[in-house]
Design a protein. Sequence first.
Length: 144
Amino acid sequence: MMADDDADDRLLVQEALAEAGVSHDLRFAEDGRALLEYLKHPSTLAGDEDAPRPELILLDLNMPLKDGREVLRDIRSDSSLRRIPVVVFTTSKADTDIRQMYDLGANSFITKPAAFDDLVRLMRKVAEYWFETVHVPDPGSPPT
């Protein structure tokens, strides 16, 4: 799942994942409020009764309605959502943003690369790490 208000960034990530050979089902939210709505009621945003719970969230920092900081705070405070890995994916390189997002419970903080080839390499690494290397709880498993 990717939450980003920039349509160009969403399209570039989708194309980079395809170019990298990553075939996971990628869904989008255009702002933080839409992401939280999807997480709590997947069929609402997806228009799909069987919409899956995300295995990973790519989260932009600066979005309308609810920014990435607010969204991450909400995700980590909800026992049914807190196990979903959240990778902050933003243009920021600010040390204050990096510290704050880790303090709020981000699993990773990645600055968006400027070049498409770099984005393809990055998406390949992100997919390899999160979908092939690490073990995370089943997103549908009940909270403890």
